[in-house]
Design a protein around this ligand. Structure first.
Ligand code: ATP
Ligand code: MG
Length: 149
């Protein structure tokens, strides 16, 4: 039950990061899928932790869950943070890739998070895309195919 599943993860992170404004937009109806719960937890936590980590002074993170026209599922995580340039967008899913260099980086990490996220999404026959948020920040959008439970 993706609504409940994402709701619990967001609630946990809201408690962990009280200064961040988390928002969750979800449909009225339940969305039930078959998937790897541990893997999908990694996906959600990685994207949301990134949104916190590369966030703004006044961090706002919006998660949207919806059923798309094809009966598949979209999950969107949008932040108002530092953003990702077009040049970097294609590289961030590579193993160990991090934007910038050791001198300029303020955050710690291995650069593995999004690599793992992408692998798990692909294993679910899904896709992930990254676009700019407006007026600033980043949106990660995951599409998962319709699956019959
Ligand atoms: P970790 O392995 O701990 O997750 P990481 O966060 O550096 O380390 P990824 O999650 O793979 O690694 O992200 C890769 C890089 O993409 C980050 O280092 C950061 O430069 C950039 N990035 C990821 N998410 C965002 C975001 N929401 N806003 C801006 N930059 C981001
Ligand atoms: Mg990360």
């Amino acid at each position: 039950n993706l609504k409940q599943f994402l709701g619990e993860i967001i609630e946990r992170l809201q408690n962990k990061y009280p200064a961040v404004e988390f928002n969750f937009r979800k449909p009225n109806n339940d969305i039930i899928i078959q998937g790897d719960k541990t893997g999908l937890t990694s996906v959600a936590v990685n994207l949301l932790e990134n949104a916190v980590k590369y966030g703004a002074e006044d961090p706002k993170i919006a998660t949207v869950l919806r059923q798309n026209e094809k009966g598949g599922i979209n999950i969107e995580v949008a932040d108002n943070g530092i953003g990702i340039s077009d040049k970097e967008k294609s590289k961030i899913f590579e193993r160990f890739y991090r934007v910038g260099n050791e001198d300029t980086r303020r955050t710690k990490g291995t650069g593995l998070g999004l690599y793992i996220v992408n692998q798990i999404v692909l294993a679910h026959k899904g896709t992930i895309q990254v676009t700019n948020n407006r007026p600033q920040g980043t949106i990660f959008s995951i599409s998962l195919p319709a699956n019959d439970v």
